[in-house]
Design a protein. Structure first.
Length: 319
């Protein structure tokens, strides 16, 4: 017995082997064109013996393959007057041919099989919809959290508070086991780990990324996440790959404004070891844009506060 089920695409329709019992068939049958066979049974809408099928489709290679395989009877399965698949039976173990009652019984079995397969298909679709709905609920929650993080970051002026809150938020949003932020040193313009969560302290002390002009900064797009594993070993960004991998980084995000690169965000592996998807990278990019603006605002505020203190001291010295 063989069960073939129909699969439709924009280009064509074909019959796919779903069940085989005590049959062997040539590769040409499984990969061949089934259009004539589909059209034949949609037109005739009844079971056919192989000799009848040879008369209806003389010379068709698929039918010739069926005959060579020892097929005796082909029973079509329909759903709403459309061919759903074929139930193919071989030679009987007894000499008698199929009686009309037996053919009618096989027709009923074929109809029952269609119902069962459709129920299985609907159950699978329902399970997929439940998973999709659950994922959508998670994404909606992520968007609410993203809004809260963005609001807190954009309205904050305490740099230390901003960065610590941001790292915790990113780890929660993307479900990663570590996060670190390399910030630029004023004296050397090199980058060192300024804030981190889940990173070994020894690695933090040993990590230094030289000034970006030496590192091929022109190859990095503004605030776009870069997956470490996708960086080739023979390119200019390999130095980034090597240094950030030392922090167990899987993704890094350059944070840059018009004044240049302000910081580098490094994220470790996801808690469930899954890959970073496009939705993860989009969330990270949005948060990166918000943080870049917040960092710039915080720096301007600190510079303003510093100048205000200098003016205050000068005023006090005068009086």
């Amino acid at each position: 017995m063989i069960v073939l089920l129909r699969e439709d695409s924009e280009e064509s329709s074909r019959l796919v082997v779903r069940l085989v019992k005590n049959f062997s068939f040539p590769e040409t049958f499984e990969k061949g064109s089934h259009s004539f066979l589909i059209e034949c049974f949609e037109h005739l809408s009844k079971p056919l013996l192989i000799k009848e099928l040879l008369t209806s489709l003389p010379g068709d290679p698929i039918v010739v393959d069926l005959q060579a395989m020892g097929v005796n009877l082909v029973v079509p399965m329909f759903q709403q007057r459309k061919l759903f698949g074929l139930l193919i039976l071989g030679e009987r173990t007894i000499a008698n041919s199929f009686s009309r009652e037996e053919v009618d019984q096989l027709n009923r079995i074929a109809s029952l099989l269609v119902t069962v397969l459709e129920n299985v298909k609907l159950r699978k679709l329902t399970e997929e919809l439940e998973v999709t709905n659950r994922d959508l609920k998670i994404r909606v929650l992520d968007l609410h959290n993203l809004f809260d993080v963005s609001r807190e970051v954009c309205h904050g002026l305490d740099l230390s508070h901003i960065l610590n809150s941001f790292l915790l938020a990113v780890m929660g949003q993307l479900r990663v086991n570590s996060a670190s932020l390399l910030v630029k040193e004023n004296e050397t313009s090199n980058f060192r780990v300024g804030y981190s969560k889940g990173i070994d302290k020894e690695k933090i002390a040993e990590t230094l990324i030289p000034h970006q002009e030496e590192m091929g900064e022109e190859l990095i797009f503004d605030n776009q996440p870069i997956i470490i594993s996708q960086i080739p070993d023979d390119g200019r960004l390999y130095r980034w790959k090597k240094m950030i991998s030392f922090l167990d980084g899987k993704v890094f995000l350059p944070l840059r404004t018009k004044g240049g690169m302000l910081a580098i965000l490094v994220l470790g592996a996801k808690i469930d070891d899954s890959a970073f998807g496009q939705s993860d990278l989009k969330i990270l990019s949005v948060l990166g844009n918000e943080l870049s603006a917040a960092l710039e605002n915080a720096q301007l505020y600190q510079n303003l506060a510093k100048k205000n203190e200098e003016l205050q001291r000068s005023y006090e010295e005068l009086w």
